[in-house]
Design a protein around this ligand. Structure first.
Ligand SMILES: [Zn+2]
Ligand SMILES: [Zn+2]
Length: 67
């Protein structure tokens, strides 16, 4: 997961809206709003987690990823 400073308008993978925030989350070339980066299983907000995991265009927290 990379937190990047926005240089171009990116579309959020989760909500499909353009990201106008100063920072966005970039995982494997896909972008998210910080507020949209939630585990697809338990819906935990991953913005403040030390790590998150990405598989098949779904985002997981560590707990759900290793299940
Ligand atoms: Zn979003
Ligand atoms: Zn989870």
């Amino acid at each position: 997961m990379i937190i990047t400073q926005r240089t171009e308008l990116r579309i959020c993978t989760a909500c499909g809206e353009p990201i106008a925030d100063k920072y966005l989350f970039d995982i494997d070339g896909c972008a998210w709003h910080g507020s949209c980066l939630r585990c697809s299983v338990c819906l935990t907000l991953l913005e403040r987690q030390p790590s998150c995991y990405f598989r098949d265009r779904q985002v997981y927290c560590r707990t759900d990823y290793i299940k």
